[in-house]
Write a protein that binds this ligand. Structure first.
Ligand SMILES: Cc1cc2nc3c(=O)[nH]c(=O)nc-3n(C[C@H](O)[C@H](O)[C@H](O)COP(=O)(O)OP(=O)(O)OC[C@H]3O[C@@H](n4cnc5c(N)ncnc54)[C@H](O)[C@@H]3O)c2cc1C
Length: 168
């Protein structure tokens, strides 16, 4: 309700102050408020801001963002059994989630967890016991990039360091 009231104030402001907007009208408002961060999973691994910023590589990487990587353990609860978590509430610190909650990797996490669940069912094991190498291979075969192999952006920090060295 506060957001809606603010929008009306903004409309009054732009009508009065912004050239060309004196006759502007409001067409629509979002039906509900979008929330960027609420609860975060406590997973077998908690992603840190440094992991995202330094593009840390993980042996059990199953999804990737632009050039940062999500280990399977960040989708696996620390204590609850046979549950996987995909999306913006994955296991990360608040600061790490802030810079890694983008839509494409949320979708990639969904594909990774769905595929892991299917592999677990087929193998008759819990999701904690999924064969990670097999999961990565299956994701690749589906056209996904689990981020377990070096990609074009994999060495960004090393490249940045060499530029800094040359410039010095
Ligand atoms: C205002 C805003 C702007 C953003 N801008 C960008 C951007 O420009 N680019 C970008 O990459 N990211 C952006 N983000 C971040 C990104 O949108 C989210 O991090 C991402 O979409 C999260 O995906 P998700 O699948 O985890 O959750 P969501 O996309 O929120 O999906 C969760 C779904 O679960 C449904 N749901 C909830 N409870 C239940 C229930 N009990 N039963 C059944 N269904 C349920 C919800 O209705 C929803 O459809 C933005 C976020 C916000 C809030």
């Amino acid at each position: 309700m506060q957001g809606r009231a603010t929008i009306h104030k903004v409309i009054e402001f732009v009508r009065a102050k912004l050239p060309g907007f004196s006759k502007c009208t409001l067409i629509d408002m979002a039906p509900q408020t979008g929330i960027r961060q609420t609860r975060l999973l406590e997973g077998a691994y908690v992603m840190t801001k440094e992991d995202v910023a330094q593009r840390t590589r993980f042996e059990d990487s199953v999804a990737r963002g632009r050039d940062y990587y999500y280990p399977y353990r960040t989708l696996l609860p620390r204590s609850v059994e046979n549950l996987l978590v995909a999306g913006r509430h994955y296991s990360a610190t608040s600061a790490a989630q802030k810079i890694s909650r983008e839509i494409p990797p949320c979708m990639a996490m969904g594909e990774a967890t769905g595929t892991a669940a299917a592999l677990a069912l087929n193998a008759g094991v819990s999701v904690r016991e999924v064969d990670i190498a097999r999961l990565q291979k299956t994701l690749r075969a589906q056209g996904a990039d689990p981020g377990d192999q070096k990609g074009p952006n994999a060495d960004v920090p090393a490249i940045a360091r060499s530029f800094a060295k040359e410039a010095a």
